[in-house]
Unconditional design. Structure first.
Length: 394
């Protein structure tokens, strides 16, 4: 009986990893690059882009972001920074740019209403004063090559999506970043059917990256803007769902060579940031979270444990070594393929199974925050659920 259970377990694990590899290979084949999108044929008559940047205590990242926007070759754009109650030099840095370049402006955020999460409220305020035909929401920790706005305008003109988003290069320097960040793209590329993203008949496939979201003003206003996701901590995915449910098209591209982002600058920030988002991104469904944890343990944590135990056993067999070794190899292969396409260090693929441990810890911590820890926490704000706020400044 024990052998039967073991055989079934290994069969299921290998099947799950093979399915993930099949999805990944198909996704990588169809996923196109922003760098391959040509600019508009006539940029002088192309739509005006309003670049909108919510910023809360971003003094270390904002100069790089704004400097890269100053260098854009696209002729018609403005940049607005909303200072969302910063306690550092964010506002003064933004005003330095606005004083030197009339395309740049700064606005002070209004107090956070009780029924809004922080980022949706900041984005709603930014959109309210924007005058562009296209609204491009970017995070303050992103930066761009000079052709990004041109290529974005070209894609928006040709594809005419309701929402366009990119997968930037996620810069990872600390050990925590290198351990955890590739998992973000692994989960997306190994668990999604990207070929359904642009298909309006597949409402279940909706995704976006809040670091870079571009929408036509008309479509943004038609869905109610960020008001439609005002309580959402993970507002980007929620916004994509609203856009698609309204009948608009979603388009995504990789932008590894043209858009960069450093979300977090320490291992502590990585774990805090992902703890804020992990359970909320699962719609706070306990069954989904438990299932995800179970799959991660079975496919990425149990195989190395079994291999180590079997190697130390006197009664080991070729089968007891080969099966977990195959499973480990599949896991490392998934991480290597994702890293190759998304710009992470390929040698860090050896961390694939340790990444799984981090995923479990982060998900459990996120659930703890939700149910017993007083709510999700980020940048001095605390949310009791993925769709509400307890305190605006803590």
């Amino acid at each position: 009986m024990k052998r039967i259970v073991s055989a079934v377990f290994h069969l299921l694990v290998i099947a799950a990893l093979t399915n993930a590899l099949t999805l990944l290979l198909r996704n990588l084949r169809i996923l196109r690059r922003l760098e391959d999108e040509p600019p508009p044929a006539d940029e002088c008559s192309s739509p005006k882009i309003s670049v909108l940047i919510p910023a809360r205590n971003e003094e270390s990242d904002l100069p790089r972001c704004l400097s890269s926007l100053q260098q854009q070759v696209y002729p018609s754009f403005t940049v607005t920074v909303l200072d969302d109650g910063s306690t550092d030099r964010t506002s003064s840095i933004a005003r330095t740019f606005s004083d030197a370049d009339d395309r740049f402006s700064v606005m002070s955020g209004q107090p956070l209403p009780e029924d809004w999460a922080g980022k949706p409220w900041a984005c709603q305020q930014l959109a309210g004063q924007a005058d562009g035909d296209l609204l491009l929401f970017v995070d303050a920790d992103t930066w761009f090559t000079p052709d990004v706005l041109s290529r974005t305008a070209g894609l928006m003109s040709r594809k005419q999506p309701g929402l366009f988003s990119v997968m930037p290069k996620q810069v990872a320097e600390s050990f925590g970043e290198r351990l955890v960040l590739p998992g973000l793209y692994m989960l997306f590329l190994c668990g999604s059917r990207l070929w359904n993203l642009e298909d309006p008949d597949h409402q279940e496939m909706a995704a976006a990256n809040g670091q870079f979201i571009c929408m036509p003003r008309h479509d943004y206003e038609a869905i109610g803007g960020h008001r439609s996701v005002r309580r959402q901590v993970v507002e980007d995915i929620a916004l994509a769902r609203v856009v698609k449910s309204a009948g608009y098209t979603l388009v995504a591209r990789t932008a590894i060579d043209s858009v960069s982002c450093r979300m977090y600058e320490s291992s502590r920030e990585v774990f805090d940031g992902f703890s804020k988002n992990a359970y909320a991104s699962m719609d706070e469904r306990p069954a989904t979270a438990v299932s995800a944890i179970a799959v991660m343990i079975a496919t990425h944590i149990v195989p190395p444990v079994l291999l180590g135990r079997n190697l130390l056993s006197r009664n080991r067999s070729a089968r007891s070594i080969a099966l977990p070794a195959i499973e480990i190899g599949l896991g490392v292969t998934l991480r290597w393929l994702v890293s190759q396409r998304t710009g992470f260090l390929q040698r860090d693929s050896a961390l694939a199974h340790l990444n799984a441990v981090a995923f479990v810890v982060i998900t459990v911590r996120s659930m703890w925050w939700r149910y017993a820890g007083g709510g999700y926490r980020w940048k001095g704000r605390q949310y009791s659920t993925a769709g509400s706020r307890d305190s605006s400044d803590r």
